[in-house]
Unconditional design. Structure first.
Length: 386
């Protein structure tokens, strides 16, 4: 449904150039969303997929092991959208105090994304609503190192910015001026927290993402924080028990359509076209996550069954395999800490895990300070969903 412009323009100045900044109307949309048969059917499919995703905790012996790596995969993909070059392996090497193969700033940004998500989930579980305080804490964490440290972490931007085009008067989109940010955020916060009326959580997540990207409240990190709000809203509503829905891969794959739908909402008011795109992203992403979890579970069972070939070392090898499921790139010291085995025992058991079973692979080629990877696990996580 085309409602017309979903806000109004206000003259602003960016870099000394006059431009027209867009101030979005508060949510929910008016007239109300037209949830016809086609759209409602796709919403239902997305909700079924989310139900299967939430049931992952019953599928996996330890869902936290999947969560550890899956969150990091999302952090990598979300940060790649913003231009970083880190891989999942780079992030895991960094967390282990190893040396990644890309600029350190890139990996630090990805690590901050993980920390920001975990902080948001922690605040929700402590009973805090998604609010100005939580958003500022998450943004501070997101921008705490790497290139973001000088980009006003935890503060609304103080300058007029524009998106697309070389000059603000040629921009594709100019978000609200700084003096409008507080009121725009306050209106969005009321909507997120069901004031004055409740909104279906999945629809709320979809609308909130667009509104946040339109407000563009920060100097940097808007895309990443806007994507983080989606799983947080679903966790807060009890749709998901863990933050396992990450749409960055889908948004990156359909990047042009994604930006077109955002701008279409602003200019024509067609929220329904955005919702169709969004719920398809949710359904596809949730189903892929479930398939990945099943593959990882099958890998775990397959490799556990092979440990019997190691005889008396099978018990210690099982502990190492469990540790590698939680952190699939690790050195002897980390594995010793996680398993309680002595470094000497870890070193002895890793040898047949690599040479006899081929489950782990040493990455450095060195005699000392060796780093081991559970490559089959990482390969599953790195699969191209297309």
């Amino acid at each position: 449904m085309e409602r017309g412009l979903t806000g109004h323009y206000e003259e602003s100045i960016a870099g000394g150039v006059r431009c027209q900044a867009f101030i979005p109307d508060p949510l929910p949309p008016r007239p109300a969303l037209a949830l016809d048969g086609k759209l409602q059917g796709r919403i239902n499919q997305a909700m079924l997929a989310l139900g299967r995703l939430d049931a992952i905790s019953t599928l996996l012996p330890d869902a936290s092991l999947f969560l550890y790596s899956y969150v990091r995969k999302e952090a990598v993909m979300s940060s790649q959208i913003e231009g970083t070059q880190s891989s999942l392996s780079d992030l895991m090497l960094y967390e282990m105090e190893g040396m990644p193969g890309v600029p350190m700033d890139d990996v630090q940004e990805v690590s901050c994304y993980v920390n920001a998500l975990m902080l948001g989930v922690q605040r929700i579980r402590e009973g805090f609503p998604i609010s100005h305080r939580v958003a500022m804490e998450m943004h501070t964490t997101l921008m705490t190192s790497g290139r973001g440290i000088n980009r006003m972490p935890g503060e609304f931007r103080s300058n007029q910015v524009w998106l697309g085009g070389h000059r603000p008067d040629e921009a594709v989109f100019v978000p609200p001026p700084p003096h409008r940010l507080a009121e725009c955020w306050a209106a969005l916060e009321r909507f997120i927290n069901d004031m004055p009326e409740a909104t279906d959580p999945l629809i709320k997540a979809a609308l909130t993402h667009v509104q946040f990207e339109t407000i563009h409240p920060f100097m940097d990190g808007n895309g990443r924080l806007g994507r983080l709000l989606i799983p947080l809203i679903l966790v807060e509503a009890g749709i998901l028990s863990e933050p396992l829905l990450y749409l960055s891969v889908f948004f990156k794959k359909h990047r042009q359509v994604y930006y077109e739908r955002l701008q279409q909402v602003r200019v024509t008011g067609d929220w329904e076209a955005w919702l169709l795109f969004f719920v398809d992203a949710v359904a596809e992403t949730a189903n892929q996550a479930v398939a990945t979890a099943r593959q990882l579970n099958q890998l775990r069972e397959h490799d556990k069954a092979r440990l019997g070939e190691l005889g008396r070392q099978a018990g210690s090898a099982g502990l190492l395999l469990d540790a590698l499921f939680q952190q699939p790139i690790a050195n002897v010291a980390h594995l010793s800490e996680r398993t309680g085995l002595t470094p000497a025992t870890v070193g002895r058991v890793l040898t047949p895990l690599e040479d006899t079973l081929g489950i782990v692979h040493e990455l450095t080629g060195q005699k000392r300070n060796r780093i081991f990877a559970y490559r089959a696990y990482i390969d599953i996580l790195n699969q191209d969903p297309s």
